[in-house]
Every structure is written in structure tokens, then in C-alpha cells.
Design a protein around this ligand. Structure first.
Ligand code: 5AD
Ligand code: SF4
Length: 439
């Protein structure tokens, strides 16, 4: 058997994928596998893939191409995650040296799939369709971040936005029971974690199968777990964003001052074609709730430019919305046509060059908005959780409760440990980060 029980795993895509990888690593270790740092050192080479945009999808095929020569040395390849679920057995045709193809809804079966792999099988698939009720809960999660613990509370997506692959790659929406979420939160607090990030494709669409807690109630109880100092959640869908979430943030000190609320477009016409099921006015009402909170809640969003049929006027409406909301962070993407999605049949009217231009105009404008937002924080005193150090610049790096990166000038011999908290006076600002010193 060629796998010699070592594996290499590279992860692409979102935090859900990063967290799935933590569970996959834990499961493999439980099966007697040891993780190694390079493809060359591994018997089994795994890629946990993303298919949200074409560029993301291409990455795995480039990687497979770069390393396929290792197959001759008896190494085995596995493709996991969203590209695996989307492309299925077609991956074996495109990359015949791949032996294992599994989507995230089948990871529970990994031990069994590994046994078959070890027995020499070369066409192993785990491709549950979207009917699955399973969530991937495991006691073996090998958390890679020593201070921020991810907890998945809901998997899959039932929203079917017209551009999006997620409902096809991750299946229908299914929530974990609030008691199992709370047990995990307590467990990782006992291990010394002080920050919890609750994850879901639409985290606020959470529906407790035990009927005990709404999403806002779950946020609050997780925030009250002894030892937990920060709770974040991502990603929220505007459609399910209720006022009690803002009230919970106001009431429970550990809930972070940050909401990520993807708008996608500022044009009602485009939102309708995207099947987002809200209008800009409806979205802005939620933003007004957040801005009216007692705490200064930072806002971030996702935007797609160049959706099929997006006119110059539609784009201007998106720009106007940015100016109105004044986000602290924007993730903007050029529209990418994806397999299976309803928008695939819409004529992609916006030329690639125009998409690029709109993206650039938007990012430049947003940079100025952030420059103004961030500079307003000079002289404020913030609590910063330390994440690492930049020895060359003599700085340590961390994040504020609003999720803003803060770099702290550091002259003392011993830097504070990652995961510790410091009070910091802000002395400078850039469009994407703050500068500070120990207070
Ligand atoms: N093309 C471009 N961007 C997309 N996103 C999702 N699907 C696509 C697509 N087909 C973006 C959305 C989403 C983020 C995670 O990725 O903005 O919120
Ligand atoms: Fe990419 Fe979406 Fe899959 Fe996350 S869920 S890895 S963003 S396709």
C-alpha cells in the first residue's frame, strides 16, 4: 500500500471549508494518518476545493497538474469539497490519477473511504445529493487556530440565488441542535479558546431542530459561556436578518461589534434577477437597525459587479449604496458564470473589460470611504486580540472587536502571546488597518 499513512492537505475557499479541513484532519489522524507539510512528503495528497468562481475552481486543476508526476511514485490523490461535489466522477476523466472524490456532505464516510483507498481501490466517490440530512459533527476536529474556535451551526443553503453554486455543492439547509452547539462552545472554552466564530452559509437562517433557540438566542447563550470573550458569526443573509440579532449584540458584551451582510447589488432590478428576495430599501432598513444600536457595529459586505444585464445605471446604484452605508470592508467580485446555476442561461452582457473597470472604480471609491472611516478612530482606546508578530517592522498584529486589523508598535523584548488581549491607543490609520501603541 502506497499511502504510508501520511497526508498533505491544502484548503481553498471560505471559512466553512477551512473548518471542514480541521474536521478532515482530525478524522484522518484518528485513522492513524500523520499530516506532513509538503506534497512530496505525503503518501496521500488531498485538496479541499472551492467552486464559487471559475478562478477558484481552476486552482485545483492547476495544482493537480503541477503534482501529477508524483503519482508515478505511488502517491494517491483525493479531491474534496465543492469542486468534488460539483464535478463528481468527471474529475476521474480529467485527472485519472485521482483516486478519491468526496463532497462535504459525505465526510462522515471518510474512514470507510480511506479503508477502500488503502485496499487499492482507485475510483472512490462520496457524492451525496442535496437530500442529505447529515451534518458533519465529529469529536476529532483538529483545530488549527489556537485562539479562534470555529463552530458550524448550519450547513447547506436553500436560498438558490441565481448566480450561486452553493445549494448544489453543499446541499439543503440543515441546522445543528442548539444543545450540541452549546456543548461544543463549552468544550472549546474549557480548552482555553476565548473567541468563537459561528459558521454557516447563511448563519442567521439557523433553525434549532430542538426548537429551543432562535439564532439571536443561540448567539446570546454562546456569548455567555464562561471564558468566551468574543463571538463572531458569518455569513448573514439579509432576508433572515432580524432585529433581535442587533438587540443581542447590544445586550451581550462578548458579541463582537461587527456584522457582515452581503448586499450583492444596489439595484432593485439586478437583485430581482439575482433572486435575492429583497430590495435595496429592505436591506437599508436592516442597516438602519444596526446603525441605531447602542454599540458601534462595523459593517462589511459582498458585491458582485457585472451580473448579466447590469447596466451603467445599475452599477451607479451600487456605488450610491456604498456611499450611503459607508462599510468598513467590502469583498467585491466580477460575476463568474457557474455550472447548474439559473444565471448560466442569462446572457452575460457585460464585457470582461467593463467588469474589470467597474470593479476597479468600486474598489477605489471604497478605499476612500474606508480611509475616512478608519481615521475617525485615531485616539480611541480599543481592546485588541493579538494574532501574531511582524518582527521586521517591530510590530505585533491583532484585531479589534470590529474585526479591523490593528498593528501595534512594539519595542519591548517579549511580544505578547497570540490569543492575548491588549488595550491599545490608536495613533494612525490606513484604509485597511489601524496603527496603535500599548495603552
Ligand atoms: N460570481 C461572482 N461572485 C460570486 N459570489 C458567489 N457566487 C458568485 C459568482 N457566480 C460571491 C458573492 C458571495 C461571495 C461569497 O462570493 O458575493 O457573497
Ligand atoms: Fe467556495 Fe462556496 Fe464551497 Fe465555500 S461553500 S468553498 S465559498 S463554493
Amino acid at each position: 500500500m502506497a499511502t504510508n499513512k501520511t497526508f498533505y492537505l491544502e484548503t481553498f475557499g471560505c471559512q466553512m471549508n477551512a473548518h471542514d479541513s480541521e474536521k478532515v484532519i482530525g478524522t484522518l489522524r484518528q485513522e492513524g494518518y500523520r499530516q506532513v507539510e509538503t506534497e512530496e512528503d505525503a503518501g496521500l495528497i488531498l485538496y479541499n476545493t472551492c467552486s464559487i468562481r471559475d478562478k477558484a475552481e481552476q486552482k485545483v486543476f492547476n495544482r493537480l497538474n503541477d503534482y501529477k508526476k508524483l503519482h508515478k511514485q505511488g502517491k494517491r490523490f483525493g479531491v474534496l469539497g465543492c469542486v468534488a461535489q460539483q464535478e463528481g466522477e468527471k474529475i476521474f476523466e480529467r485527472a485519472p490519477y485521482v483516486s478519491l472524490v468526496s463532497g462535504s456532505a459525505s465526510y462522515r464516510k471518510l474512514p470507510e473511504m480511506l479503508t477502500r483507498l488503502e485496499a487499492g481501490e482507485s475510483r472512490i466517490t462520496g457524492l451525496d445529493d442535496r437530500q442529505t440530512d447529515e451534518t458533519f459533527e465529529t469529536e476529532f476536529t483538529a483545530r488549527q487556530n489556537p485562539y479562534r474556535g470555529y463552530i458550524t451551526i448550519i450547513e447547506g443553503c436553500d436560498k438558490f440565488c441565481s448566480y450561486c453554486v452553493v445549494p448544489y455543492t453543499r446541499g439543503k439547509e440543515r441546522s445543528r441542535s442548539s444543545s450540541s452547539v452549546l456543548d461544543e462552545a463549552r468544550r472549546i472554552a474549557d480548552l482555553g479558546y476565548t473567541e468563537i466564530q459561528l459558521l454557516g452559509q447563511n448563519v442567521n437562517s439557523y433553525r434549532d431542530p430542538e426548537g429551543k433557540s432562535s439564532f439571536a438566542e443561540l448567539l446570546a447563550v454562546v456569548g455567555e459561556v464562561p471564558g468566551i470573550r468574543r463571538v463572531r458569526f458569518t455569513t448573514s443573509h439579509p432576508r433572515d436578518f432580524t432585529r433581535d440579532i442587533v438587540e443581542a449584540i447590544d445586550r451581550v458584551p462578548t458579541l463582537c461589534d461587527h456584522v457582515h451582510l452581503p448586499i450583492q447589488s444596489g439595484s432593485a432590478r439586478v437583485l430581482k434577477r439575482m433572486a435575492r428576495e429583497y430590495t435595496p430599501e429592505w436591506y437599508l432598513e436592516r442597516i438602519a437597525w444596526i446603525k441605531a444600536a447602542r454599540r458601534p457595529i462595523s459593517l462589511s459586505t459582498d458585491i458582485i459587479v457585472g451580473f448579466p444585464g447590469e447596466t451603467e445605471d445599475d452599477f451607479i446604484q451600487t456605488m450610491d449604496l456604498l456611499a450611503e452605508v459607508e462599510y468598513d470592508c467590502v469583498f467585491a467580485f466580477k460575476y463568474s458564470a457557474r455550472p447548474n446555476t439559473p444565471s448560466l442561461v442569462m446572457i452575460d452582457t457585460v464585457p470582461e473589460e467593463e467588469k474589470g473597470k467597474r470593479l476597479q472604480v468600486l474598489l477605489e471609491r471604497q478605499r476612500e470611504i474606508q480611509r475616512a472611516n478608519y481615521s475617525k478612530q485615531i485616539v480611541e482606546i480599543l481592546e485588541v486580540m493579538i494574532e501574531g508578530a511582524n518582527a521586521q517592522r517591530g510590530q505585533i498584529a491583532g484585531r479589534s472587536t470590529q474585526n479591523k486589523p490593528v498593528n501595534i508598535n512594539w519595542t519591548q523584548p517579549i511580544a505578547p502571546a497570540p490569543g492575548s488581549y491588549l488595550r491599545v491607543r490608536i495613533t494612525g490609520a490606513y484604509p485597511n488597518s489601524l496603527i496603535g501603541e500599548m495603552f
